[in-house]
Structures are given as structure tokens and as C-alpha cells.
Design a protein around this ligand. Structure first.
Ligand code: APR
Ligand code: ZN
Length: 361
């Protein structure tokens, strides 16, 4: 039995409960979590913006130690330190074949397969395949990435979602060049990690936007040169800070139609907006036909930072070791499993950076 954060149904209060976790079957790996970050996508799964298969154990940004492996597992062994990958690629679908494994057609396959059970036998599904808000989890072999030496295991949890996503948005999706200007909407764990990635890429200026004034200090610590409180005037204010042109790049890390639109309007003619946030299906974004032509801007989605985790996590680990990427300052609250519901409330109210569930060693 292990303790876990359970969502019985969309909209229901979270429960902290014991679950029955089986030994890993063929191709599966059992991981003892060191830590798991609280990401907005978990909140979106619990409130119905995203639709999980329920009952589900939430949490998808995790790192830990391999406890045991099932038959046929060859890439990791008990004792290995790993980061969880919540969108593992199958390697053989059409989009994997095109070299875009972050769009793998089977990346959510694990979310619809029962992986554990309640003590009464009710089948449980792993939230985003990872089920990281639990003392231990069982995942597919391709959902674990070995963590290089020299990086603290608990804070490495953030490499599994916020940092991979933010860094990948800048380097893989937007392909930002040194000296280009950037504006970031939404300064949670993802937006703050993205600010650090802009600093690494040498963007200038780096403009940070949020509705919550308390994010200014955090934003500047993570690389922002300017901070704006989000309102209808934000695109105009961004133009003022970029010589009257608008930013070369905008990044949306909120997940709303209105902020996607504001991000797009904040870019220069020919600028690029990379949408990182995950919004709802009933939240449209509108453009006039004329402005699409006139501004000649690019609006692009970005899934998991367009990353290949097995390749990109070692790169991120090297940035951490070299002191360029600061995981510690992204973590503003260290909590227990029982405090996840309170962390959801803090996040919904726009407080803090990342909350990190830290498990007993
Ligand atoms: N304008 C600017 N910022 C806003 C606005 C707005 N209109 N509304 C909310 N925000 C800010 C919040 O104040 C908060 O600082 O967006 C930030 C979102 O941060 P978190 O809730 O911590 O979310 P995070 O985990 O960083 O995820 C961001 O990426 O992966 C997706 O599903 C995830 O859509 C979510 C996004
Ligand atoms: Zn996430």
C-alpha cells in the first residue's frame, strides 16, 4: 500500500488515501518518488478543463529512484535515479516517424490503462500516465529518463514538466536567437522556467506579464528585465518597451483565449507567438481576416516544449550543474502530500512559484 492523491471524479474534492500498487509487469518500472511538483495541468485535470479517465492519481512532474523493474526492462535498474516523462513517445506512429515524437499519437495511452487499485479493488488510472502524487508509482519503461549525476534528485522533478516545457518552448519551438526581444504571459512554474531559459538564450529585453503583482519580484529574480501587470493596455506597453515595434517573440503560459490574443497582439509584424498554456475547448481566440494578413505573424502551439526528454533532460542537467539554470529558486513551497489541495488553491489564486511535494527519504 502507498499513499496517494486521488481524484474520484472531475470537480470532486481531492482525497489523500492508500492505494494498492502492483509489482511492475513486463516493460514497467516501479519508482519511489523523491519529489513531485504541483503543475497547473493537475488543477486543470481536477476541475474539468482537461478530462482525465477517473478515478485517477494526479501528479505528473516527478523524480525518484527505481525500486524494481518488470520483465524485459533493460534501460534502467533498481537504484537508478530517474525523472518521469509524462508524454512518452511510442517510436513507431506516423508523427514519431516524422521526427516529432512530442506529438506521438500514443503519448496518452498509459492514462487509459488501469495501473493500480483501491483497497476495495476499484481500478485506478494514472493522471497523465505518471501518477506522481504518490509515495511510489509504476510506469512504462519509456516514461523514465535517467538523471545525470550532480543534480539534486528532489528538485530535478521540475525537469519533468515546467523546465522541459519552458526551455523547449524557447529553444526547440520558437528557436529564439540571441538579442531577440521576448514577452512572457503567466509567471507560474512554467513561465518562470521560461524566463530563465530566455536569460540563457540571451533574449533582450525580457518582459514578464502577470495579473498578480507579487510575481514582479519573482520574475526579476528569474531573468525578467521588465514587469507589466496584465490589462487591455499590455500589448501597447510591450510595444513601448521594444522601440515601438512589438516583441520578436511572445510566450503564453496561462492557457486562456484572452491571453493568447494579447500575446499575439504584443508581437511585431512577422513576430512569433508560442502557446505553452493549455486552455479549455470552450474558450475561443478571435482574429480578423485582415489582421492575419497585415501583421503576418506566426501563432504556434507547443507540446511539452517540443522536446525529446531522453535527449533534453541531460542538457538541462548540464545547465543546472553549470549554475545557469536555478531549480531551487523556482520552488517557493516545499509541502507534504496532504498539502496538495492547499497548493492547488494557492496556485489558482496566483500565489508563488512551484510547490514541490517532498517525500520522506
Ligand atoms: N494575464 C497574465 N497572467 C495571468 C492571467 C492573465 N490574464 N491569468 C492568470 N495569470 C497568471 C497567474 O497569476 C499565474 O501566475 O498565470 C500564471 C499561471 O501559473 P500557474 O497556475 O502556476 O501555472 P503553471 O503550472 O505555470 O502552468 C501554466 O502551462 O502547462 C500549462 O496547464 C498549464 O496552462 C497551464 C500553463
Ligand atoms: Zn505540467
Amino acid at each position: 500500500m502507498v499513499r496517494a492523491v486521488l481524484l474520484t471524479d472531475v470537480g470532486a474534492p481531492l482525497q489523500i488515501t492508500e492505494i494498492d500498487l502492483p509489482e511492475p509487469g513486463p516493460g514497467r518500472v516501479r519508482v519511489k518518488l523523491a519529489a513531485a511538483g504541483v503543475c497547473h495541468s493537475d488543477l486543470s485535470l481536477s476541475n474539468g478543463v482537461l478530462r482525465p479517465t477517473t478515478p485517477t492519481v494526479l501528479g505528473h512532474e516527478g523524480a525518484g529512484t527505481v525500486v524494481s523493474v518488470g520483465e524485459g526492462v533493460s534501460s534502467v535498474r533498481p537504484g537508478d535515479r530517474v525523472v518521469l516523462n509524462w508524454a512518452p513517445a511510442c517510436g513507431h506512429c506516423h508523427l514519431c516517424g516524422l521526427g516529432e515524437p512530442w506529438l506521438c499519437e500514443n503519448q496518452y495511452a498509459a492514462t487509459t490503462e488501469p495501473y493500480a487499485a483501491l483497497p476495495d479493488g476499484t481500478a485506478l488510472y494514472p493522471g497523465l500516465g505518471a501518477a506522481a502524487f504518490a509515495e511510489e508509482t509504476v510506469v512504462h519503461e519509456n516514461a523514465v529518463v535517467p538523471l545525470p549525476e550532480g543534480v539534486d534528485l528532489a528538485s530535478a522533478a521540475l525537469l519533468g514538466c515546467a523546465v522541459l516545457t519552458g526551455y523547449g518552448a524557447v529553444h526547440n519551438a520558437a528557436r529564439l536567437r540571441t538579442g531577440e526581444s521576448a514577452v512572457v504571459f503567466g509567471l507560474g512554474g512554467v513561465g518562470l522556467a521560461l524566463l530563465q531559459s530566455l536569460r540563457i538564450a540571451g533574449a533582450a529585453p525580457i518582459i514578464a506579464v502577470d495579473v498578480s503583482p507579487e510575481k514582479e519580484e519573482l520574475a526579476r529574480r528569474h531573468g525578467a528585465t521588465d514587469f507589466l501587470l496584465s490589462d487591455e493596455q499590455t500589448p501597447k506597453a510591450v510595444r513601448r518597451l521594444t522601440g515601438g515595434h512589438g516583441a520578436d517573440h511572445a510566450f503564453e503560459c496561462v492557457g486562456r483565449g484572452s491571453t493568447i490574443r494579447a500575446a499575439w497582439s504584443s508581437t511585431r509584424r512577422g513576430g512569433r507567438t508560442t502557446v505553452v498554456g493549455i486552455g479549455g475547448k470552450d474558450d475561443p481566440v478571435a482574429f480578423s481576416a485582415l489582421e492575419v494578413f497585415h501583421f503576418a505573424r506566426t501563432l504556434s502551439g507547443c507540446c511539452y516544449g517540443n522536446s525529446v526528454p531522453a535527449k533534453d533532460i541531460p542538457v538541462l542537467a548540464e545547465h543546472v550543474r553549470a549554475g545557469r539554470l536555478d531549480l531551487e529558486s523556482l520552488i517557493t513551497d516545499r509541502i507534504t502530500l496532504d498539502q496538495v489541495p492547499a497548493a492547488f488553491e494557492r496556485m489558482a489564486a496566483g500565489h508563488g512559484g512551484r510547490s514541490l511535494v517532498v517525500f520522506e527519504p
